[in-house]
Write a protein that binds this ligand. Structure first.
Ligand SMILES: [Zn+2]
Length: 150
């Protein structure tokens, strides 16, 4: 038994039955009024051990089920968060678009001393959204659309 587990046998009581209380971790099992025949006590004890180990295995399985359920719940919450983000966002850039945008900004940081003033032009085409970036200093415009993502 683990340190937190507990087994308590009370009886036999006047009716010839025994009350058994088993605590495995947080699971509390009461088996009241079990009949124990004194001549078969060893046999009964073996059955009880087997039963105890079976219940211990059940508890481990239940812990695993609970752990998986919590993981599923977390995944569902993350999926819902992503769905909300897509719903409430004009555009989520692909890695390729983000790389193009970064390169454009770096170039105009050097040439125009533009520290972060850019205008984005979004255009829905029916099959995807095109994205153009414009430097607010020199007004150069570059199409950074990743059509592979359409
Ligand atoms: Zn510029």
């Amino acid at each position: 038994m683990r340190q937190t587990d507990n087994l308590e046998i009370v009886g036999p009581n006047p009716t010839g039955t025994t009350n058994i209380k088993i605590i495995i971790g947080i699971i509390n099992i009461n088996m009241n009024n079990w009949t124990i025949c004194d001549n078969n006590f060893d046999e009964y004890l073996e059955k009880l051990k087997t039963s105890y180990h079976r219940m211990e295995n059940d508890v481990e399985e239940m812990k695993q089920i609970l752990q998986n359920w919590r993981k599923d719940k977390e995944l569902q919450e993350l999926r819902e968060e992503i769905r909300q983000l897509h719903k409430n966002t004009l555009l989520i850039m692909t890695d390729k678009e983000k790389k193009e945008q970064r390169a454009f900004c770096d170039k105009h940081y050097e040439s125009c001393k533009n520290g972060g003033s850019y205008t984005y032009h979004l255009c829905g085409t029916g099959i995807g959204t095109s994205i153009k970036i414009e430097c607010d200093k020199c007004h150069e415009i570059k199409d950074i659309t990743d059509v592979d993502s359409w």
